[in-house]
Design a protein around this ligand. Structure first.
Ligand code: NOJ
Length: 556
């Protein structure tokens, strides 16, 4: 079915989120409507028809709030205001409405673990000084030792390095320390404080009142800290880590769920939860907590049949008892782009392994990314697509002097950081800004905030839309099939055995997905009709690193 003429999803479908295709917009890099080199809401609004034609059900916007952008907007100074470079609150409201008119729901990003150092609460806390009620909303603490110069704990940041910064008192003397699991510009909130809980429930209402269909919860497993400030045990047992996955978190999300459930239509809570223990992970998805959470296990695995099969089994098996659908995620704004990752010798993902100059075979990576796109789109549950993956964009080597990501700087320069997957999208034309920026009133465009490589010339939307063999055409076709095929999305799933090195499964209605990881072409079931494939078949066989979708004929 042509996505452009698809029916608008039933407004009140309470289960929309269980099968939704959700497209992640990194606002700063999606489309620039005023020619200043930074993406904005005007740009997104002008490109909504593109997203409708792609066939997505919802958009998740990474933080679009007022922020000094010390961590790409995950340092929010006002959760109820739009960053002036992106637009206005009125534009956000219009955007939510216009998207809905095209049948696309909106999910906003909520960042509850920390605020920006520019947030009114933190400024007030610094100004009010030690012992003040304003400081109780954060984690201010004396240092160790007589002069207080010893760091309160040795908790290590996910961004590398220490997690406490010492303040200076108004009289210039060294003062208390404050906790920041990420950068010093992102002070952690104290979730034992009633103001913090109340404020976030109000923020949820603020956005639900504006028609958003859900929230993505940033760093969702980190909010609660051990008030005793214990060091991290060598092998923390369940719930024993001082800053992660503490049992008290579940009460926070039960309260959030009550807020979401008080609105008409299903407003969803989607957790960003990186936890090694899947049994602990799914506890957040019990019926009175979040609706879904990102499946980072699948994203972290290498391109290998046994590994991916193990991940699928683990995921489906762990979600079933809590009744939550799985999510399938190949990438996001934090990780290496799939075409680059899958083209490497080690195609698994881990933050700690990110280094400059790891070679990647672009052709191989693209081939596998195409196969992965069909594989994941056929699995049961909801599907996330990070902007630009539908164009097969590679991870870009951003020149050292243009890197902005604090992950790079905090790693003492050994981690290239995350800017390589955040480069502004190429829409049209043959040179930068590749249609990313609409000209301003004088007909000019500023350079994009991160430089685009010349390789983008062949990857523009314009170029790919005209090519039936492109990544974009594959995504459009796949999402049209997914929308038309009642057996896809949430629902039953059954493995088929087509030998080692092949992942094959059946979905309701006789829909088959077959991925070949092995060197030998795989013979496809003769009686099934081919629906779509990520690569041309060779003599009727499915070649290496490709996926085919088929439909069994009635009576097979
Ligand atoms: C996870 C977000 O995805 C990432 O971009 C951010 O840096 C951290 N949380 C801190 O907010």
């Amino acid at each position: 079915m042509d996505n452009a003429v698809r029916p608008t999803p039933a407004e009140n479908d309470p289960l929309w989120w269980r099968s939704a295709v959700i497209y992640q917009v990194y606002v700063r890099s999606f489309a620039d409507g005023n020619g200043d080199g930074t993406g904005d809401l005007a740009g997104v609004r002008s490109r909504l028809p593109y997203l409708r034609d792609l066939g997505v059900d919802a958009i998740w916007f990474t933080p679009w709030y007022a922020s000094p952008l010390a961590d790409g907007g995950y340092d929010v100074s006002d959760y109820r205001a739009i960053h002036p470079d992106f637009g206005t609150l009125r534009e956000a409201e219009l955007l939510v409405q216009e998207a809905l008119e095209l049948g696309i729901r909106t999910i906003v990003d909520v960042v509850p673990n920390h605020v920006s150092e520019e947030h009114a609460w933190f400024r007030a806390a610094l100004a009010a000084g030690p012992g003040s009620p304003e400081r109780e909303r954060f984690w201010f603490h004396d240092g160790l030792g007589q002069d207080g110069a010893g760091i309160p704990t040795h908790w290590v940041s996910p961004f590398a390095g220490e997690t406490w910064t010492r303040t200076t008192n108004p009289d210039g003397t060294p003062g208390e320390w404050y906790l920041h699991l990420f950068t010093p510009q992102q002070p952690d909130l104290n979730w034992n404080h009633p103001d913090v809980r109340r404020e976030h429930e109000d923020i949820l209402k603020f956005w639900f009142d504006r028609g958003v269909a859900g929230v993505r919860i940033d760093s969702a497993a980190l909010l609660i800290k051990d008030p005793e400030l214990a060091e991290v045990p060598e092998q923390p047992g369940p719930g024993e880590h001082p800053t992660q996955d503490r049992d008290e978190l579940h009460d926070v999300y039960r309260a959030w769920r009550a807020v979401a459930d008080s609105y008409p239509g299903t407003r969803v809570l989607v957790g960003e939860i990186w936890l090694p223990e899947i049994d602990r992970f799914v506890q957040y998805l019990r019926p009175d907590e979040m609706h879904t959470a990102f499946n980072f296990d699948f994203l972290s695995r290498p391109w290998d049949a046994a590994e991916l099969r193990a991940s699928i089994d683990l995921t489906l098996g762990a979600h079933a008892p809590v009744g939550a659908p799985s999510t399938w995620v190949l990438s996001n704004h934090d990780v290496t782009r799939p075409v680059t990752r899958y083209g490497r010798e080690d195609s698994s993902f881990a933050f700690l392994k990110k280094r400059f100059g790891v070679p990647s075979d672009a052709e191989l990576g693209t081939r596998r990314a195409r196969a992965a796109a069909l594989l994941t789109a056929a699995l049961p549950g909801s599907l996330y697509i990070y902007q630009g993956d539908e164009l097969g964009l590679p991870e870009v080597d951003v020149p050292l002097d243009r890197i902005q990501d604090p992950m790079h700087f905090r790693s003492a320069g050994i981690d290239p950081g995350r800017d390589g997957c955040r480069v502004p999208l190429p829409w049209s034309g043959t040179e930068p800004p590749y249609g990313f920026s609409a000209p301003d009133g004088q007909g000019a465009t500023a350079a994009p905030w991160l430089p685009q490589p010349s390789a983008f010339a062949d990857l523009t939307v314009e170029h790919q839309a005209a090519d039936p063999g492109s990544m974009l055409s594959l995504y459009r076709a796949a999402l049209a099939v997914r929308r038309a095929e009642p057996g896809l999305g949430d629902g039953a799933f059954e493995w088929l055995d087509l030998g080692p090195g092949v992942l094959a499964f059946r979905r309701p209605g006789g829909f088959l997905s077959i991925t070949n990881f092995g060197a030998e072409p795989v013979e496809l079931p003769a009686s099934a009709e081919l629906v779509l494939s990520s690569a041309a078949l060779a003599d009727g066989g499915l070649p290496r690193d490709s996926t085919a979708w088929l439909r069994e004929q009635p009576g097979d």
